[in-house]
Design a binder for this molecule. Structure first.
Ligand code: GUN
Ligand code: FE
Length: 447
């Protein structure tokens, strides 16, 4: 029996598209991190008799347990975790100056960085986030500590050293040539780790902090290394007004980034709340994806992001927690906030704006994988994909979901109800096991 060959027997749920939730009972085989076979319960019985699975460790789930793809967090700030739940009394630009830049400035201290980042990565894995797209800080060595923590705990991640070259009160920025050189060094260092789960991502903070020279230089590096690139766009009305003042030649916010050649099908933009129809069209045509961050958008009074409209206009959307603008680090919570914000839009008259729990589940898994251009590897259960998954124990001991007698419905209907309950009520206590690329990174003993 090999620990590299796992055979899960039970119920599996994954979203194949926004409108296609797939639930099936049967088995799923994992060999060396990859899904190699999926079959029905009947197939399992037949194949087992032939001894086909003799070399597999079997994980037999009970009828209250099921397996789903790991969650994808498309946008969070690792260095801001010490501020989570603090200082949410100001709008974006004041909040950045008063709370965020002073905290991020401390990550020149690599011991402090290593300590915080270890806690962050463990927290996210415990919450079922198997893939995260991180903003680090301005510091080269500090952010390399983040990449090391990710590798140490076997998470899948994109890690970005933040780039800024425009002055601010905290003195938290770099001179342009130094910044471009450090970004390149950062990329080389991450690539030298030769860890298939960890990739560098180029990270101009936003147009308030970066001029055109820096952003164009970063676009060149992104092209040279075929790296993803992430930033923030149109989060707050005052931010939008300010950037149009400092880039007077640009007709809108998206145009600022387009002028610097940042918008392409390797680009992820966080927030994107106040986009004009013209900007939506530009982002869709360029293949840019959007990280929707509902907790932060509400806490910082930024606005209600029209996700349904973006999906209808062919934008790729995933979910982000955006700590510490966001006050939660769990994608389960992000799903609920996504449903709430979309319903508030509908209640204000935006027709059919509300997103269902199955749609939120899609955005948290395959949608996020698409947004990070990882859909060929993760996000759903398909033969050939890597096995990033969560074993959910619906009625975990002392957990948030009480057990009531269900009618004896078909296994698929029953499993759909369990998943629905988990999405509305569940928390980390229900996430009994977490797997990344076939390796178990969290384990709570199940009944
Ligand atoms: N825009 C630029 N930087 C940030 C940040 O750290 N958090 C949020 N929410 N928005 C930003
Ligand atoms: Fe952010």
């Amino acid at each position: 029996m090999s620990e590299n060959n796992l055979l899960f027997v039970g119920t599996f749920a994954s979203a194949k598209s926004l409108n296609d939730l797939s639930i099936f009972g049967g088995y799923l085989a994992v060999e060396n991190g990859k899904i190699t076979r999926i079959g029905s319960a009947k197939d399992y019985e037949a194949e087992q008799k032939t001894g086909a699975f003799a070399n597999f460790k079997i994980i037999q789930l009970n009828e209250d347990q099921f397996v789903i793809p790991g969650f994808v967090d498309c946008h969070t700030h690792a260095p801001q975790f010490p501020n989570i739940g603090l200082g949410l009394d100001r709008p974006l630009l004041e909040w950045l100056a008063k709370y965020t830049f002073p905290l991020e400035s401390r990550y020149g201290d690599t011991n402090f960085a290593a300590k915080v980042y270890d806690t962050v990565v463990k927290r996210l894995l415990n919450n079922g986030t198997t893939t995260t797209c991180y903003f680090g800080s301005l510091h080269l060595n500090g952010t390399l500590e983040l990449a090391k923590s990710v590798a140490k705990h076997h998470q899948r991640a994109l890690v970005g050293k933040v780039s800024m070259n425009l002055k601010n009160e905290a003195g938290y920025y770099n001179e342009t040539a130094k910044e471009l050189a450090e970004v390149e060094t950062f990329i080389k260092n991450v690539l030298d780790m030769k860890n298939d789960l960890v990739q560098p991502v180029i990270t101009p903070r936003f147009a308030v902090s970066c001029d055109k020279e820096l952003m164009s230089g970063l676009a060149d590096i992104s092209d040279a290394y075929n790296c993803l690139i992430q930033s923030h766009i149109s989060e707050n009305q005052s931010e939008v007004e300010y950037v149009l003042q400092i880039f007077p030649q640009c007709k809108n916010y998206a145009d600022i980034y387009d002028n610097s050649r940042i918008l392409n099908n390797r680009c992820i933009m966080a927030h994107a709340i106040h986009l004009s129809d013209e900007e939506i069209k530009t982002l869709a045509e360029k293949g840019v994806s959007v990280a929707h961050c509902p907790a932060s958008n509400t806490r910082l009074k930024s606005g209600l992001c029209p996700v349904r409209k973006y999906i209808n206009n062919k934008l790729i959307v995933g979910l982000g927690t955006d700590v510490s603008g966001g006050d939660g680090s769990s994608i389960l919570e992000a799903m609920r906030r996504t449903m709430d914000v979309s319903m508030h839009l509908e209640l204000q008259g935006h027709e059919k704006a509300s997103l269902s729990w199955t749609e939120a589940f899609y955005l948290a898994t395959l949608g996020g994988a698409k947004a990070l251009r990882l859909e060929e590897k993760i996000g759903s259960f398909e033969v050939g994909k890597e096995f990033d998954a969560l074993v959910i124990d619906t009625y975990a001991q002392d957990g948030p979901i009480d057990k009531y007698e269900h009618s004896s419905a078909a296994i698929e209907d029953r499993a759909t109800s369990l998943l629905e309950k988990f999405i509305y009520l569940g928390d980390d206590r229900n996430i009994a096991q977490v797997y990344v690329n076939g390796r178990k990174v969290k384990n709570i003993t199940m009944k």
